[in-house]
Design a protein around this ligand. Structure first.
Ligand code: NAD
Length: 483
């Protein structure tokens, strides 16, 4: 596959290049080879994106929701038709195995385009009768939205932000992560092929500075970031000074509680999916696995047996189920945490090492006997490192599960129905799972509590974050005034 894009940016319906911007090398994580080079957006490129987006947004907002939705749904169909090629590109960009990308990336992006395309025609205000007078509300777009992406799901993030923004009548400028700049360009191409007018979905490349200059521009009305908590703090603060709307999809250190009555096979599946999918580089991962002391050894034994079945290797091979880390940097971060875990006295029960070769591979890793105060149990690692912690009492484990700055996701495995719902109600997390983990269908709200975020993506809830309400008062009779 040809991985070098036509040009670095996609602005006003066309590819745009400006080679005076800082070069960004795109590295295939499975081999370490440079597969493309793009250039960071210069101030001139950013200016082009902002002016064309603002100009295009006016006519887009004036179209009917049905017309806007039809274009998004057409784009969804094209994405599905090209799923194979888009999945290969996603694998080149991220290193995630084709086994995953072929079912989780362009497909999830297409779901978002289809869902918000479907909802666009039904977006309305309401009528509020006040005696013979009345108020009606208009649901209006925000204007120009900026989306800033993380590197773990480049196609999905580009669509999860673009689809609701466009459905509501906004224009969007999307800045992918500098680690994975390729996939969003394909999303832009497909949207335009589906009939999206020029200027409404723009992609500009660059590091944090490009994101920062977009966020601080007074012509930008809304910022949606997917990234880490430290970046979230900076972006939220910059948006605050312009009183801009924000959506913050940030990091996590989510708990999974496995009670003694759980179906162990399912709980092990949940823990595997919630720790090792995408080589552990998933924001909602349940990396603190609290296992009841009575079943801990049985759980660990079965977990190790199942991990032996991981097929680690060439991510393009459909049999491969565990690929490399996205970058050398992320590999080193994860390996660094493994050393911290060992130094703190956690018991390494599986994996723990880098895998020799050119790519950024490491073993899926499990620590047992982890305690709440250990760094590996407190900080987001964003790699395939599971911490298993013991518990015996529900109230105690609940308090420990919630004792974190994060609140993105949480899971519980039990056969006790009342306990499952009680625990879900008590979790301080935006997305909770009962006897499952890490599902993220477009129909359900997704987002974090506490430091894990602000706002929700997906579902009808996202509409509230990409539109605003105007109240219009109408008097039927004469005005009264005091003098
Ligand atoms: P990151 O915070 O390093 O970068 C995220 C994006 O922000 C990148 O595009 C980066 O260029 C940009 N950026 C950096 N500094 C900026 C600034 N000052 N102003 C504007 N933009 C700036 O995150 P990452 O390493 O790319 O991704 C991993 C993180 O993302 C993890 O913490 C993970 O949990 C989180 N994440 C969250 C979700 C979610 O939905 N909650 C999903 C995926 C990833």
């Amino acid at each position: 596959m040809h991985t070098q894009p036509t040009a670095s940016h996609f602005i006003n319906g066309a590819y745009v290049e400006d080679t005076s911007g800082t070069p960004i090398k795109v590295i295939y994580p499975a081999t370490g080879a440079v597969i493309a080079t793009v250039h960071a957006a210069t101030p001139d490129v950013i200016e082009q994106a902002i002016t064309s987006a603002r100009a295009a947004q006016v006519a887009w907002a004036a179209m009917t929701g049905t017309e806007r939705g039809r274009i998004l749904r057409r784009a969804a169909d094209i994405m599905r038709e090209r799923n194979h090629d888009l999945s290969i590109l996603e694998t080149y960009d991220t290193g995630k195995p084709y086994q995953e990308t072929s079912v989780a990336d362009a497909t999830s992006g297409a779901d978002a385009l289809e869902y918000f395309g479907g909802i666009a025609a039904s977006l309305t205000g309401e009528h509020i009768q006040l005696g013979e007078d009345w108020v009606y509300t208009r649901r209006e777009p925000l204007g120009l939205c900026v989306g800033i992406g993380a590197w773990n799901y480049p196609t999905q993030i580009a669509c999860w932000k673009g689809a609701p923004a466009l459905a509501c009548g906004n224009a969007i400028i999307f800045k992918p992560s500098e680690t994975t700049p390729l996939c969003a360009l394909k999303v832009a191409e497909i949207l335009h092929e589906a009939g999206l007018p020029a200027g409404l979905y723009n992609v500009v490349q660059g590091m944090g500075e490009v994101g920062a200059s977009l966020v601080s521009d007074p012509r930008v009305d809304k910022v949606s970031l997917t990234g880490s908590v430290p970046t979230g703090r900076k972006v939220y603060a910059a948006a605050a000074s312009g009183i801009k709307a924000v959506t913050m999809e940030l990091g996590g250190k989510s708990p999974i509680i496995v009670f003694e009555d759980a179906d162990i096979e399912n709980a092990v599946s949940g823990a595997i999916l919630g720790n090792f999918y995408s080589s552990g580089q998933v924001c909602s991962n349940g990396t603190r696995v609290f296992v009841h002391a009575d079943i801990k050894e049985a759980f660990l034994k079965r977990l190790a047996e199942r991990l032996d079945g991981a097929v680690i290797g060439d991510p393009m091979d459909p049999e491969t189920s565990f690929g490399p880390m996205v970058s050398k940097r992320q590999l080193d971060i994860a390996l660094g945490y493994i050393e911290k875990g060992k130094a703190e006295g956690a018991r390494l029960v599986y994996g723990g090492k880098a895998i020799d070769g050119d790519g950024f591979y490491m073993q899926p890793t499990v620590f047992a006997d982890v305690t709440d105060d250990m760094i590996i149990a407190r900080e987001e690692i964003f790699g395939p490192v599971m911490s298993v912690l013991d518990f015996t009492d529900e109230d105690d484990v609940m308090a420990r599960a919630n004792d974190t700055e994060f609140g993105l996701a949480a899971g519980v495995f039990t056969r006790d129905l009342a306990r499952a719902h009680r625990v879900a109600a008590n979790f301080q997390a935006g997305t909770c799972y009962i006897n499952t983990y890490n599902d993220a269908p477009v129909e359900a709200p997704f987002g974090g509590m506490k430091n894990s975020g602000v706002g929700r993506e997906n579902s009808k809830a996202a509409i509230e974050h990409y539109s605003q309400i105007k109240s219009v008062y109408v008097r039927m009779g004469d005005m009264e005034a005091p003098f």
